[in-house]
Design a protein. Structure first.
Length: 121
């Protein structure tokens, strides 16, 4: 195992580059951008409805883990409706809405690039 620090290996400053890498890796997890995009379409949405609204099949466990991670980072708020059986709804925080806006802006900017074209094939 290489004992050099990450900054020494990748030439980054060891602080800002790592934070950006960590953030991009966080967003690159499967389903993250889809969850943010879907949550942005609703003022609040319950777990089951969110799961059905996502494109494709996502397990309840994965969705739950992704929502917890988004909540821990301050992008999502979970509201317990106080009923039995347990009913909760999720919505984007102002920080989550800002993230959604940036993701949409990025998506608009990459339209027509080789990356976007290759993905469509």
């Amino acid at each position: 195992m290489d004992a050099r620090t990450r900054a020494e290996r990748d030439g980054s400053d060891g602080v800002a580059g790592c934070r950006l890498d960590d953030f991009l890796n966080f967003l690159a997890q499967r389903w993250m951008s889809h969850i943010v995009w879907t949550l942005a379409q609703h003022p609040a949405i319950r777990f089951g409805a969110l799961r059905r609204a996502l494109p494709g099949e996502i397990s309840a466990r994965v969705l739950s883990n992704r929502l917890k991670a988004l909540e821990e980072e301050g992008f999502v708020v979970r509201r317990d409706l106080g009923t039995l059986p347990l009913h909760v709804e999720y919505s984007l925080t102002p920080r989550g809405r800002l993230l959604d806006a940036e993701l949409r802006r990025g998506e608009a900017q990459i339209g027509g690039t080789k990356i976007a074209d290759a993905k469509e094939r």
